[in-house]
Design a binder for this molecule. Structure first.
Ligand code: COS
Length: 377
């Protein structure tokens, strides 16, 4: 997509979000209500399968385009951007690792937005140490029997297609396999919906597997390859989380600047105070750095140079920036910034978990440091 086409696409996305997303955000955040019609609106704009090949009803665009779109949506709503980002990650995983039959069955509904995709790796005792997961997939006639409980599944309950990591072999990463699980499978139920600080309208649920039979045709790639596939998917997903961080940071800064130009204290707009000007100048610079890093990491992916280190850097930098900028925006608005009359407190709540999901920012540092060691040793 050339820059003019991308500009037009982003204008369309902006118009849709202004008209269809923004008016509902306050109420839906309060009630924790996910609007399927908004996801359908994204589908009509062709956003639900942006990076999926045309043969499977996708738009065959790149990660730079996806990141630009997610940044724009996150300007209005982090949780809707997240729904789209995770569903895109699932499609990326299927596109890269599934066989032709699996691609034909699962990709078109996801790419066309008829279905939402979800990714399930974490468990209550296995978060950062993902390779220690305990859910089992026991080989039985014709397939596998899954038993165990997965945690923190974004879009749990509203998604139709789940990529689930479960143990088929030895302890550690090499004993993990990946399965495509359909929502209505017998033996799969959804546990409690988490009550969260932010992302309230995006459901986060447990997946409970009790003697859940999954046919062999729904195993992704070979037994034992699940961990590597999960890590490869997260490399991409982390860049898109960074893009979402840039979007919410920009929204918070835009709001803070506009407010500070209007708000007067000591007979002048508070923007005139250098203490606030320096804060906003730093914020604007950090956002620009984050955007460039996200786009650079996405470009590497588009050019097929898988760059784990840059993906980790982009995620960490952009989401730390998001948290700082949103906190500053609340500070700049002062007392009203802390109230629900203004959106910056929502931006701050929605930004926080970006530093945690798809690998905490401390895990990103582990990944960056390992790459540095590998390079310099
Ligand atoms: N792509 C492909 N393969 C990868 C990979 C990647 N990005 N990262 C690791 N691997 C491979 C390794 O090469 C290794 O295989 P070999 O032994 O054949 O070389 C295997 O996977 C195990 O890797 P490693 O030894 O690095 O595993 P660790 O248990 O040390 O875990 C971290 C590494 C900490 C990076 C990983 O557990 C992680 O990312 N944790 C965070 C989990 C997370 O993001 N959870 C969020 C869930 S979604 S909300």
């Amino acid at each position: 997509m050339d820059s003019q086409q991308r500009k037009e696409l982003l204008e369309q996305v902006d118009r849709f979000c202004q008209n269809e997303v923004l008016p509902h955000m306050e109420e839906d955040d309060e009630k924790g209500y996910f609007r399927p019609e908004i996801f359908q609106g994204f589908a009509q704009l062709g956003l639900t399968g942006l990076t999926t090949e045309e043969a499977y009803e996708g738009a065959a665009l790149g990660y730079q385009d996806l990141c630009a779109v997610l940044e724009k949506i996150a300007h209005y709503s982090v949780p809707y951007a997240i729904t789209l980002s995770v569903s895109s990650m699932v499609q990326g995983l299927i596109q890269q690792f599934a066989n032709e039959q699996q691609k034909q069955k699962y990709l078109p509904p996801l790419a066309s937005g008829q279905a939402i995709g979800a990714f399930s790796l974490s468990e209550s005792h296995s978060g950062s140490d993902a390779a220690s997961l305990k859910t089992t997939a026991k080989k039985v006639e014709g397939g596998y029997e899954l038993n165990g409980t997965k945690m923190w599944v974004t879009s749990g309950g509203i998604a139709e297609t789940y990529i689930v990591m479960a143990r088929t072999g030895e302890a550690g990463p090499k004993g993990i396999s990946a399965f495509i699980v359909e929502k209505d499978t017998a033996g799969l139920s959804f546990g409690k919906a988490e009550k969260k600080m932010g992302w309230t309208l995006s459901p986060t649920r447990e997946l409970i597997f009790e003697r859940c039979f999954i046919p062999e045709e729904q195993r992704l790639a070979q037994e034992g390859e699940g961990f590597k596939m999960a890590m490869a998917a997260l490399d991409r997903g982390r860049i898109t989380i960074g893009a979402i961080g840039v979007g919410v940071a920009q929204a918070a800064l835009d709001y803070a600047i506009a407010y500070s130009l209007r708000r007067e204290q000591f007979q002048k707009a508070i923007f005139e105070f250098q203490g606030l000007q320096f804060m906003m100048a730093d914020d604007a610079t950090e956002i620009e750095c984050s955007r460039l890093l996200v786009q650079r990491a996405a470009k590497d992916f588009d050019e097929k140079h898988i760059n784990q280190k840059l993906a980790a850097m982009a995620k960490m930098k952009a989401t730390d920036t998001a948290m700082n900028v949103c906190t500053n925006a609340v500070q700049i608005l002062g007392g009203v910034g802390y109230t629900k009359e203004y959106p910056v407190e929502r931006f701050m709540r929605d930004a926080k978990v970006l530093q945690i999901v798809e690998g905490t920012n401390q895990i990103q540092k582990v990944i960056i440091a390992r790459e540095l060691q590998r390079h310099y040793q």
